[in-house]
Design a protein around this ligand. Sequence first.
Ligand code: NDP
Length: 325
Amino acid sequence: AKLWTMVRHFEGAPKPEDFKLENKELPPLKDGELLLESEFLSVDPYIRPYSKEKKEGDIILGSQVARVVESKNSAFPVGGYYVAYAGWATHFISDGKGLDALPSNWPDNLPRSLALGAVGMPGVTAYYGLLEICKPKEGEVVLVNAAAGAVGSLVGQIAKIKGCKVVGSAGSDEKLTFLKEIGFDEAFNYKTASSLAEALKNASPEGYDCYFDNVGGKFSDATLQQMKDFGRITVCGAISQYNDAVPPTGPYIQPYILFKQLLVQGFLVWTWKNRYTEAQKQLLQWIAEGKLKYHEHITSGFENMPAGFIGMLKGENIGKAIIKV
Ligand code: NDP
């Protein structure tokens, strides 16, 4: 097997020299075990903050869609496809625990990589993070940042399905074009806007009912001031702060939460593990009906995993960043 390990803990933005490609001979299978081969691997922002909990030399965290190539476990026959959290490896041995079979109604015409994106963890995040925390109602205004990414692009489309006006922000003009193509009402480039406050006001002069936050930091500071009374906020990610060496303090914006009576709730998708299937079923149905468009940014070659991960953190991706082995 080939695997990528973490040479040292990341300091600031992850760099190519933080990663090492290793070869590992896997032992013969014991009874109850199976050998899987990764087909697609996922590079996700959470790998950056959660790597702090890993030791130097450990395999890099991550999930994949993998096929059973050898099995001594009758519950997992050769040829079956599963989503696994086995880290950045081409091959790995499992006892079957923690493997999730692809949804049984998986259509033949959909790439299996979607089990890591629109129909996988990011899809479920967008679905429950928006519908169960923000609870948008028809006619309301929904704001999402990192809007052209895996989660954000789905949040915006689900909000449109629910009859909302949707505003997105993203880091390039190419991404703004993409957002318009998938139905966003308004989109602005947070990197070139002269002021976030102005950009937010221009996109929705009446303010925002719902804010799905993937970014945190200054973007949230500016947005809290534009929220409508009784607005709801899903704190889903803080990608603008994952590389910070010093834990963030402040910001001193609580008066907005108080006087606007905002509801602010953190969201972790793992909490919704026992309701994955329900969300996946709906996401698959919307895709089949053409109501939900998915986009993938595919990097080919296992050896390019660090480049794919670093690129995603820098915003090179439109839609879900995926590595094809
Ligand atoms: P994306 O596909 O959105 O990729 C990350 C994007 O973040 C980049 O494309 C880039 O787009 C944007 N970005 C990077 N740095 C900054 C910055 N400093 N300020 C603003 N935007 C930035 O990733 P995901 O959809 O997988 O994840 C999006 C967010 O959701 C992340 O914060 C992630 O941690 C979170 N998440 C949380 C989950 C949970 O359970 N809470 C589960 C899944 C994801 P751009 O060009 O626009 O800058």
